[in-house]
Design a protein around this ligand. Structure first.
Ligand code: NAD
Ligand code: USQ
Length: 378
């Protein structure tokens, strides 16, 4: 069934392909973005691997190849409540996919202003949205792209469940009570902390105002394209490979393709959850079609498909490409050796067929190699 879907942060790496795929599936898609990522790139002197068209140009090309329209509003959601409210009142969306955040962990700890911006922006966006939904009495399903890193990277030898965790709380008077609580993670950056704080807002607004929310605790995304971005070169999504916004798989593949060493920080014993960009799209579609209803107002789902240490990842990329591995001093504050066991079957139960490194890494290495060649020609 066709729905009206609002994609917040739809100019970004994940948001643009999500908007395209939802549009292709027949939904009426509207993007809101303030283009802050493009401005941060300018300020840092970084560029995506290949240039990306402006939102107006991209939506125009999409119209020409698909005969479908994607709307675009240039709004700072954290700062301009009235315009956000007006768009929501006009569209009355069935669902809102929320990706609008400053999402780099190293950026979030890079300066006092970056720390303040990350928290003010990320919580400002989430809270403005929740307030507007209540203000307008809308029953939109809010789907948030969160971060598996809110759990922290020490799981105390346990496999962490999806959703809340059952806890026995020992009161000061010696009595005990059983409760379901948000997992008390230890986020490793200010950015990850902002995602943990989002969950406190979600819990409150689901409980007290009945807002329907699915929070996807997503792992590190890898991959450069999807079925819809491949329909035209100018529909490509941004691909960051710098040390601030470039995520590790994409960085390693581009390093290998350009004759650089694979840059493992520290021992490479950091174990993380990963997911391919195509699976991100599929997960959002699956969640959109399985709305939280009834008493289940706030769902927490772990959106990863496999876990691996950074060292193992580097070895896979090295074996595939012949690129040497270089162990560098770790520029980040993070545990360098950690185990990471997290339940993640909900999306597979809903129908996800995971794209694993074993299936896709070689093809992705080749796609990145071609993108690097094209990038040199730009
Ligand atoms: P991105 O930086 O490419 O895109 C985020 C978009 O949000 C940008 O286009 C930016 O301009 C926009 N934005 C930020 N603040 C805004 C505001 N105040 N108003 C309007 N627009 C605003 O990031 P991405 O990689 O596409 O990530 C999308 C979401 O998924 C983020 O919330 C991120 O935390 C989450 N996530 C990403 C990854 C990953 O590996 N990329 C992994 C896990 C979770
Ligand atoms: N790393 C290296 N070498 C590099 C780059 C990174 O060893 O050249 C290491 C980092 O030290 C870190 C790991 O690789 O231990 C992952 O780094 P990353 O930059 O790929 O990912 P991260 O900082 O965790 O953040 C990314 C996204 C963020 C998202 C998060 C999901 O930028 O938006 O929320 O992945 S997670 O952390 O799993 O919750």
């Amino acid at each position: 069934m066709s729905k009206s879907v609002l994609v917040l942060g739809g100019d970004g790496y994940c948001g643009w392909p999500i908007a395209l795929s939802l549009s292709e599936a027949g939904h009426d898609v509207t993007i809101i973005d303030n283009l802050s990522r493009r401005r941060i790139d300018d300020a840092l002197g970084y560029r995506p691997l290949l240039p990306i068209a402006s939102p107006g140009e991209r939506c125009g090309i999409w119209k020409s190849v698909s005969d479908r329209t994607i709307g675009f509003h240039h709004i700072d959601i954290a700062q301009d409540y009235d315009r956000l409210r007006a768009v929501l009142a006009d569209l009355q969306p069935s669902a809102i996919v929320h990706l609008a955040a400053q999402r780099s962990a190293p950026y979030s700890v890079s300066s006092p202003s970056a720390r303040r911006y990350t928290v003010t922006n990320n919580l400002g966006v989430t809270h403005a949205l929740l307030v507007a939904l209540v203000d307008l009495g809308l029953d939109s399903h809010l789907i948030h792209l969160g971060s598996i890193g809110v759990l922290g990277y020490t799981t105390a030898g346990l496999e962490l469940p999806e959703g809340k965790v059952a806890a026995t709380i020992h009161g000061a008077d010696g009595r005990c009570a059983e409760m379901n609580i948000l997992y008390p993670g230890k986020p490793v950056s200010i950015y990850h902390m902002s995602k943990a704080m989002d969950q406190v807002l979600f819990e409150q607004y689901a409980r007290d105002e009945g807002v329907r929310i699915t929070d996807l605790n997503q792992g590190i995304v890898w991959g450069s394209s999807t079925m819809t971005t491949e329909r035209h070169p100018e529909l490509r999504t941004r691909l960051d490979v710098d040390s601030i916004y470039g995520t590790v798989v994409n960085r390693f593949l581009v390093q290998a393709a350009t004759g650089q060493n694979i840059s493992v920080y520290g021992t490479g014993g950091q174990t993380r959850g990963f997911i391919h960009l195509r699976d991100v799209i599929r997960c959002v579609e699956l969640v959109l079609n399985s709305e939280a209803r009834g008493s289940e107002r706030f769902r927490l789902i772990n959106q990863i498909t496999e876990t691996l240490s950074i060292r193992e990842l580097a070895q896979k990329v090295g074996a595939l490409t012949g690129a040497p591995i270089e162990y560098r001093e770790n520029p980040r504050q993070e545990p360098e050796e950690n185990e990471f066991h997290v339940a993640h079957m909900t999306l597979q139960d809903l129908g996800l067929r995971p794209t694993l490194f074993a299936d896709q890494l070689a093809q992705e290495a080749e796609t990145m190699r071609r993108a690097c060649t094209a990038s040199m020609a730009v």
